[in-house]
Structures are given as structure tokens and as C-alpha cells.
Design a protein around this ligand. Structure first.
Ligand code: AMP
Length: 229
């Protein structure tokens, strides 16, 4: 089943695509655990940078709080740097990158010769996205997203749960507009590739996980048969 490409036998490179609230982070986390691949969430990287007050964090803070996209140059440099680390040699699950066609083109260059790029687009209707984002809570201590089961403390570290600044109603509307304008065109960018799949994300998380697993296996099998992805 493993794809064998130049210099990187068996590498599995996955992009989780979809609007905010589609469940990309949850599904990327699950894939990361079952496939033993690093989950690379650009939102998490930026939030950490904001929290620790690095230069990137200072540049990104206002943009993120307004629901806009951080500049392509910064994002491409962050991801390039992260993919150069040893744990990404056998592949990765990207959550939140690429978000623009410029970023997607840069990612194609980064993975060129390092295995297939499997793109899984999670589709959820807009009213359901708004509902999910307005009830989403994150941990004020460790930043992880809480399971949507009504608990009041973080399951990982016990920290208090809070609403993400950019999940406030006005910002959510802006983020969905930004998604439609800048990120949705990526569906067209990738749609012609045999490694692209659309997955109905408007179902219980476990059902979506099974569909994500099946789509990834199918793409890897296609790659294993020598079809260029
Ligand atoms: P997320 O956690 O993926 O929803 O990302 C939170 C915020 O971080 C986004 O609304 C953007 O402001 C910023 N961000 C994350 N990933 C990217 C990216 N690939 N390009 C530009 N901005 C990003």
C-alpha cells in the first residue's frame, strides 16, 4: 500500500481542507495518532507564538483577532521550517494550511519528490459551522479544543474552558467570508487530482473519521499503483 516516490518511500502527506468549524483539527488529530504522523496546525503554531510574545506572534495577533489571514510569506516560511524537522520526514497531517492558492503552490514545491499529497476536503453547511463555532471552547491554559460534550474543564490539563477570541459572532462571520474568498478556490485548485476527496463532515465525528480513513487508504492505494497524485 505504501507509495514509493523519489527518496521518500512510504511518505504520507495529508492536507485537511475545509472552512473553520468543519472539524479539520479533530480529524487531523485522529489521523495523526492512528497513522503516527505529526499534526501540523498553523493556527496552533500562531497561537503559541502570540502567547509567548515572539516577533511572529506580535505581527500575527491583530490579524488573527480580526479574523483575517496572516501573510503568505510568513505562513510559507513557518510551514517550510516545520516540514524540515526530522519527524516530518515520513509525512504529516496539515491542518489550516494551505489557505490561499499562493500557499498551495508553495506546498506543492515543498513536497515535490517527497511522496504523494493527499487532500481531504471536509464539507459542512454554513449554518452548522456557525452553530459549532459559537459553542466551541478551548482551554485557557494549554489551548487545546475541548470535546463538544458540555464539560467545563479541559480533559487534558484540567484548565478552565473559554471561547476563542476569533469565535465571537462578528469575527466568525468575517472568517467565513475570508474562507469563501481566499480558501474555497483551493477546492478547484486540487479537485482534478486523483488524491483529492470531498468528505461529508455534517455527521458524527466517528463517522467522519471512518470516511477520512477510507479516503486516505484509497488515495494511497492509487499512489501505490504508480498513478501520479
Ligand atoms: P485556525 O486555528 O486554523 O482557525 O487559524 C486561526 C487563525 O490563524 C486564522 O483565522 C488566521 O488568522 C491564522 N492562520 C492560520 N493558518 C493560516 C494560514 N495558513 N494562512 C494565513 N493565516 C492563517
Amino acid at each position: 500500500m505504501a507509495a514509493v516516490q523519489d527518496g521518500c518511500p512510504g511518505a504520507v502527506n495529508v492536507v485537511m481542507l475545509g472552512p473553520p468549524g468543519a472539524g479539520k483539527g479533530t480529524q487531523a488529530g485522529r489521523l495523526s495518532r492512528t497513522r503516527k504522523l505529526p499534526k501540523i496546525s498553523t493556527g496552533d503554531i500562531l497561537r503559541e507564538a502570540v502567547q509567548s510574545g515572539t516577533q511572529i506572534g506580535r505581527v500575527a495577533k491583530e490579524t488573527m483577532e480580526a479574523g483575517n489571514l496572516v501573510g503568505d510569506d510568513i505562513m510559507i516560511a513557518i510551514v517550510q521550517d516545520r516540514l524540515n524537522r526530522d519527524d516530518a520526514r515520513r509525512g504529516f497531517v496539515l491542518d489550516g494550511f494551505p489557505r490561499t492558492v499562493v500557499q498551495a503552490t508553495a506546498l506543492d514545491r515543498m513536497v515535490d519528490g517527497h511522496g504523494p499529497l493527499v487532500v481531504l476536503d471536509i464539507v459542512v453547511p454554513e449554518d452548522e459551522l456557525v452553530r459549532r463555532l459559537s459553542t466551541r471552547r478551548i482551554c485557557s491554559k494549554c489551548g487545546s479544543t475541548a470535546e463538544p460534550d458540555g464539560t467545563t474543564a479541559c480533559g487534558k490539563c484540567g484548565g478552565a474552558l473559554v471561547t476563542r477570541v476569533d469565535d465571537e459572532a462578528d469575527i466568525v462571520r468575517e472568517r467565513l467570508k475570508v474562507y469563501l474568498r481566499q480558501t474555497k478556490p483551493l477546492v478547484e485548485y486540487y479537485a482534478g487530482r486523483p488524491s483529492f476527496s470531498s468528505i461529508d463532515g455534517n455527521r458524527p465525528a466517528d463517522v467522519v473519521t471512518a470516511a477520512v480513513d477510507a479516503a486516505l487508504d484509497a488515495a494511497l492505494e492509487t499512489a501505490g499503483r504508480g498513478v501520479a497524485l
